[in-house]
Design a protein around this ligand. Structure first.
Ligand code: OSB
Ligand code: MG
Length: 379
């Protein structure tokens, strides 16, 4: 395929409610929608999930936009591609910047699927026609407020409830949720807020039969996570730590986790996600798809990857309306009783609605052949 133009639509979207994790609170979400256009004028879409600031990981949106404009978009325009798996190889000279790489690669995957009249799920080899989803609830000012949110989401039928924890907002808060809601499928996400010095707190969480504890320790701490997993019965799930296929391999070999949260952006795209999927499957490590407070395009990519067989646990991809007053796609993503139907329309399965997107649009950068720099790594 020949991609002649890439557009970077930069959006500022306000979430319905603020979202608080152990690393901060956010309500404004800056999102870049990547549109890759082929010579017939057909468009494929990807979404860059980088945060506004480098708090979740080292990537942040301003840097991702530069990386896409300067390196990844020109590289795609300069090269003819037969299959989206080639994109990761093309990008290889450039280190990391996984969320920027994944956003461009995602647009190529969508375009490839549309050119071949397939759904994105079919293009990546997924079989499911519907996927199960849970919900991720941020920290609230008080436990009472969180309990109200949990009630609302249990009533809406989400397949599991994930709550954020941090030191001081952990054992008692989880106990209150268990006391109130009995044996609902419940898990906790620490976003790296603990160290092995907190072992007694982490052991205390074993009493609550959590499905898993997500990323208790820092991203680089595969060895400490392995030590922790030996001392607690709750399965450790890694999120931030799994930033590559190699990291997944390391975590599995060291016993750092029993479950992996796959985020397409964090690992550098769909091709890498499939590689990690196949590795985890071989080692009986179940997967689920994590969320990054995505707009509709990213949400649809998440659904597509979840159709792969080893995504056996409910992911974070809740309804568009849980985040946005109006999403940028038609139709929006809807979870009913914790189940999202996989669209049978080609590619991501919904239209990017430019009328709806207009209200959020701050800037569109257009990259064409004229923007391909004369540098030897482009050969
Ligand atoms: O750790 O999973 C996380 C949001 C932003 C950054 C990191 C995380 C999250 C979430 C929200 O938990 C998931 C979602 O609903 O999109
Ligand atoms: Mg997480």
């Amino acid at each position: 395929m020949k991609i002649t133009e890439i557009r970077l639509h930069q959006l500022s979207m306000k979430m319905k409610t603020p979202f608080t994790t152990s690393f901060g609170t956010q309500q404004d979400r800056f999102i870049t929608i990547v549109e890759a256009i082929d010579e017939t004028g057909r468009s494929g879409f990807g979404e860059c999930v980088s945060g506004e600031d480098p708090l979740y990981s080292e990537e942040f949106m301003d840097a991702s936009i530069i990386a896409m404009k300067k390196y990844f978009a020109p590289m795609i325009i300069h090269n003819e591609i037969d299959h989206p798996d080639e994109v990761w190889e093309l990008f290889k000279p450039f280190k990391r910047n996984n969320m920027a790489k994944a956003a461009i690669e995602g647009a190529v995957w969508d375009l490839y699927a549309k050119q071949n009249d397939m759904t994105l799920a079919e293009a990546i080899g997924g079989q499911k026609t519907q996927v199960e989803v849970g919900i991720s609830l941020g920290l609230e000012e008080t436990d009472e407020l969180l309990l109200e949110k949990v009630k609302e989401k249990v009533d809406e039928g989400y397949k599991r409830i994930k709550v954020k924890i941090k030191p001081g907002r952990d054992v008692d808060m989880i106990r209150r949720i268990r006391d109130r809601f009995g044996d609902i499928p419940l898990m906790a996400d620490a976003n790296s807020a603990y160290t092995l010095d907190d072992i007694e707190t982490l052991k205390a969480l074993d009493a609550f039969d959590l499905m898993m504890i997500e990323q208790p320790l820092a991203a680089g701490d595969l060895i400490d996570h392995a030590k922790l997993q030996k001392q607690i019965s709750t399965p450790v799930c890694l999120d931030e730590s799994i930033d590559s296929y190699q990291a997944a391999l390391g975590a599995i070999e060291l016993g750092s986790c029993r479950i992996i949260n796959v985020k397409v952006g964090r690992v550098g795209g769909i091709t890498q996600s499939i590689k990690i999927h196949d590795l985890a499957q071989k080692h009986d490590i179940p997967l689920w798809c994590g969320g990054m407070l995505e707009a509709g395009v990213g949400r649809l990519h998440n659904i597509a990857i979840t159709t792969l067989g080893n995504f056996t646990l409910p992911g974070d991809t809740a309804s568009s309306s849980r985040y946005w007053y109006e999403d940028i796609i038609t139709p929006e993503v809807v979870a009913k009783d914790g189940v999202v139907q996989v669209s049978s329309a080609p590619g991501i399965g919904a239209e990017v609605d430019f009328d709806k997107m207009q209200q959020y649009l701050k800037q569109t950068d257009v990259i064409t052949e004229a923007d391909v720099p004369d540098m030897n790594f482009y050969n």
